[in-house]
Design a protein around this ligand. Structure first.
Ligand SMILES: Cc1ncc(COP(=O)(O)O)c(C=O)c1O
Length: 413
């Protein structure tokens, strides 16, 4: 394969089919890997990665303890639908977290384990495009900036991604309601993320209601990416399921959850999808061809983690401390205020790509240019890329490291 085109050069039609086109971290490597990093503010001057949202906290001991309690469960192929106990644990967490009545969901028919929510989001697009083919539904609505897997799924499905800007003047939420009717009627699936990556914006219950109403009226699948649902600064963000009402119930609706952030267990690869049972069956069917089922000991450990809240309270405090530190250090230079959820600072710095290069070369700090979370369309001006003025800074390192990195970033602004 030829080398990936620099992020700042517009995509040609052929390049747009390249599966690397939406990969933010490949684009970042392309930008930085040939450049020598400057000395970072750490005593040994080693580079600090602030680009990936890898939790740095240790996973709670409960995880390893539960895994160790099932040494004999590794020998068999795991059940694709998980165990009744795993489904019950996810169901009960949803009921507790969103104040649902237990009948809102049938745990056995409407919940499917996932080897990470990323995999489920990807397979959901294949499922929705396949289901919508007979009606000519070829479009996938994607917030821009947004998590790159939504676009990757559209690419793999041969679908047409429609990137909808999520800008500060709309609380960083995409305005799908404002799209033309012809677009909405040809949409197979629309993605929403709350708390959103990268901005940490959250949707209100009314907003979820409006999106549900829009999706059910136009007959497309609504995929709610809520993998940061438990990482919030003050109030627990509203979720898709608590906004369900009316005769159509969960028809066309899917919500994706994960232990990666909630339990600092990104390496466990464990999440689940819940919602419309036909769509859940569809994702299950596709995953049986090309996905991985979640190993039985991991299902046991995951059930234990979904039932435990104590470790999540500590995790939230940790991220809140880092958010407070970042606000104190960055507000005066950028006007950035801590958002309602997530653990990223989405900072307006002028030219985000140029800033990222400078931060690497001068200070050994690896941050993600916001434009890499948006498509760079052929012929588009930089101002058409809503992420271009921003960088994304992952606030995940221990406070001493984060503090040094933030002080250095603030100096550079
Ligand atoms: C917005 C968003 N959705 C989904 C995921 C996938 O998480 P996982 O596959 O670890 O559950 C991530 C991971 O960073 C994310 O940021």
């Amino acid at each position: 394969m030829t080398s990936i085109s620099p992020a700042s050069s517009p995509a040609t039609a052929q390049a747009r089919r390249d599966p690397r086109i939406y990969q933010p971290f490949m684009r970042l490597s392309h930008l930085l890997d040939g450049e020598k990093p400057g000395a970072s503010p750490l005593p040994d001057g080693a580079p600090i990665s602030l680009s990936i949202g890898d939790p740095q906290l240790s996973a709670p001991p409960l995880l390893a303890e539960t895994l160790a309690a099932y040494p004999n469960d590794w020998s068999c192929y795991p059940p694709f639908r998980g165990t009744p106990d795993f489904r019950a644990a996810c169901h009960d967490w949803l009921v507790r977290r969103y104040g649902l009545s237990p009948e809102t969901l049938d745990a056995d028919r409407q919940i499917l384990p996932l080897p990470g929510s990323r995999e489920g989001l990807f397979f959901a697009t294949l499922t929705a495009i396949n289901r919508g083919a007979a009606e000519g539904r070829t479009k996938v609505l994607i917030p821009s900036p947004g998590y790159h897997v939504y676009a990757g799924g559209a690419l793999a499905a041969g679908a047409e991604p429609v990137f909808v800007p999520a800008r500060a003047d709309n609380n960083f939420l995409p305005d799908y309601e404002g799209l033309p009717k012809e677009t909405l009627d040809r949409t197979a699936i629309a993605f929403f993320c709350s708390p959103s990556n990268p901005e940490g914006a959250v949707a209100s219950r009314e907003q979820w209601r409006a999106w549900i109403e829009l999706a059910q009226r136009h007959g497309f699948v609504l995929a709610a990416d809520e993998c940061y649902a438990d990482i919030y600064t003050d109030e627990p963000p509203a979720g898709l399921l608590e906004a369900v009402q009316g005769p159509q119930g969960t028809e066309g609706l899917l919500t994706f959850h994960s232990l990666s952030k909630r339990s600092s267990a990104a390496g466990l690869r464990s999440g689940f999808v819940a919602g419309d049972s036909e769509l859940v069956d569809g994702i299950d069917a596709f995953m049986r061809y090309g996905g991985a089922s979640v190993p039985t000991p991991i299902l046991h450990a995951s059930a234990a983690l979904w039932r435990d809240e104590a470790h999540v309270v500590e995790t939230r405090c940790y991220y809140r401390t880092l958010f407070e530190m970042a606000e104190e250090k960055l507000w005066a230079k950028t006007g950035w205020r801590m958002p309602a959820g997530g653990f990223f600072a989405w900072l307006e710095v002028g030219d985000g790509e140029a800033f990222a290069l400078r931060a690497w070369k001068e200070a050994g700090l690896r941050v993600l240019p916001g434009r890499y979370l948006c498509p760079d369309e052929e012929g588009a001006a930089p101002e058409d890329n809503p992420g271009a003025p921003y960088i994304r800074v992952a606030l995940v390192h221990e406070p001493q490291v984060t503090e040094k990195a933030l002080d250095r970033l603030a100096e550079m602004l």
